[in-house]
Write a protein that binds this ligand. Sequence first.
Ligand SMILES: NC(=O)C1=CN([C@@H]2O[C@H](COP(=O)(O)OP(=O)(O)OC[C@H]3O[C@@H](n4cnc5c(N)ncnc54)[C@H](OP(=O)(O)O)[C@@H]3O)[C@@H](O)[C@H]2O)C=CC1
Ligand SMILES: O=C(O)CCC(=O)C(=O)O
Length: 488
Amino acid sequence: MAVQTEAKTYFNYINGDWVSSVTNEVEASTNPANKNEIVGYIQRSSIEDLNEAVTAAKQAQKSWWKLSGVARGEYLYKTADILERRLEEIAETMTKEMGKTFGEAKAETMRGVSILRYYAGEGVRKIGDVIPSSDSEALMFTTRVPLGVIGVISPWNFPVAIPIWKMAPALIYGNAVVLKPASEAAVTAAKVIECFHEAGFPKGVVNMVCGPGSVIGQGIAEHPDINGVTFTGSNSVGKRVGRAAFERGAKYQLEMGGKNPVIVAKDADLDLAVDGTISGGLRSTGQKCTATSRVFVESEVYETFKEKLLSKVKQLTIGNGMESETWMGPCVSEEQLNTVLSYVEQGKAEGANLIYGGKRCVEGELANGFYVEPTIFENVDLNMTIAREEIFGPVLALIKVHNIEEALKLANDTEYGLSASIYTKDISNILSFIDEIEAGLVRVNAETAGVEFQAPFGGMKQSSSHSREQGQAAIEFFTSIKTVFIKA
Ligand SMILES: NC(=O)C1=CN([C@@H]2O[C@H](COP(=O)(O)OP(=O)(O)OC[C@H]3O[C@@H](n4cnc5c(N)ncnc54)[C@H](OP(=O)(O)O)[C@@H]3O)[C@@H](O)[C@H]2O)C=CC1
Ligand SMILES: O=C(O)CCC(=O)C(=O)O
């Protein structure tokens, strides 16, 4: 691979300084739209680097917590302003590093700005309740204290929003953080940390250590001085992180995969349902934990829905996310592309009917990137691998059902439970769906993806550790409750 000497090297951020790893090794982060383009070099750190960051965080946390919530919030407001000022540049880095379109990257970066402002405001909201005691001469109330040092392990698919929606609540409630970003998107994460640095956070409150997940991520999960670990990524890694944290009595929070269904009822607005299925399933090249992957359609409207879906999917433009006409960019990496292609082969081998796409795109400049066609299968059986495993690619499985009852039963036939949607105008369908669907995010006449930062986010079943992120729900993970009883 050609090494570009002009590509910048990004350092770890430890105790307020940008430092190279003790290993003196770096790793190139490349552009999935053009594998010959190096976006930047990141540190290939060791446990020694992580230990330094954790020591710095531990030392800084006590005085950080002693600041008022208002004062901590001011740092987050400043970070938000800096991120907003650098929005286009950071979004461009995101597109170049992990492939999503520039429009989506800008929207995500703006979401990061809003999350920072939202949690800055949390600094002045209540953190406890007065509870009547059985003793009339006593005062009983709850208050909250930070956990201490929080380890943040983040994925590449939302390289601005996810680190921020974990770090901002951790910080406002008085914790110090050590971020280990996904290697595929660590340059983008480093630029986010530059914003925290420029905002003037006290040394050691915010730290970032880049390097292999098996070393730095696992090191965070096992570190005796990390009091809470928040993770988003695959189920296999998440469970490993959870087990390691549990073993040493640390708090942990896991957000993992999905196999999210959309149900299209016979009375649905089919154009709306088609648009929602395409947007939910194929935007960001299907690389969202909330992406639609199974589409249950009532038999009466199945053929019409399918034809409308096919005709719109055929119009989608695939290309470099920096080009304004591109609707769908590449997969994040060659490995991810190969994963998607192998699921397509498995789908065909297990008897599903491939009705659109399924191939790598190799025309012209696309040959230099990790592009795959949007892909649609029909005649999918729920026992097939493509109906059970998270693909994390632009692959939709169409499944014909006789009625909503059957659709609900099949939609729930999965180990996952993150997000689900229904398209219908029938209130009884809507009410049954809300009651019966096993998902943390329940969406009616709206796509499965799309999270709002002010509302709780998380899944049921194996999609999460059953905790919730974002909104005011975040306080539950990032603090401990103390019940105080005072007798005069
Ligand atoms: N729910 C979601 O939002 C996401 C789901 N996924 C799913 O995971 C699949 C694989 O993607 P991938 O990026 O490899 O996801 P991973 O779960 O491997 O990565 C997520 C984060 O965990 C880190 N990590 C990797 N190994 C360990 C470990 N042993 N201990 C602690 N942390 C670790 C990674 O670091 P590093 O990058 O250095 O490996 C990254 O920061 C995708 O195909 C998709 O199905 C992926 C991303 C997000
Ligand atoms: O749908 C979204 O906006 C968020 C999805 C998400 O959190 C993820 O893919 O990890």
